[in-house]
Design a protein around this ligand. Structure first.
Ligand code: FES
Length: 62
C-alpha cells in the first residue's frame, strides 16, 4: 500500500527503513523521500513510526 503517493513510497519501504535504523520522520524522509511534497502522508508516517519502532532496552532500564 502506498503511504506517500507523491513519492510512490509503500508501507513495506517504510518498515524496511525503520528496520534499518530510521527513528524519525526526517530519517525516513532521508531514506525513502516520503513526506517532502504535499505533506499529507506525514501523519501516517508518524503512526507507522509509533507502531513499528523497536522498544529501546536502554530507555526501559532507566
Ligand atoms: S503524499 Fe507524501 S508528500 Fe504527498
Amino acid at each position: 500500500m502506498y503511504i506517500c503517493v507523491c513519492k510512490a513510497v509503500t508501507d513495506k519501504q517504510i518498515k524496511i527503513a525503520i528496520d534499518k535504523g530510521a527513528r524519525t520522520r526526517r530519517q525516513l524522509y532521508q531514506c525513502t523521500g516520503a513526506g517532502d511534497v504535499c505533506g499529507k502522508c506525514t501523519r501516517h508516517i508518524k503512526q507507522m513510526l509509533d507502531e513499528n519502532l523497536p522498544s529501546d532496552p536502554i530507555m526501559q532500564a532507566a
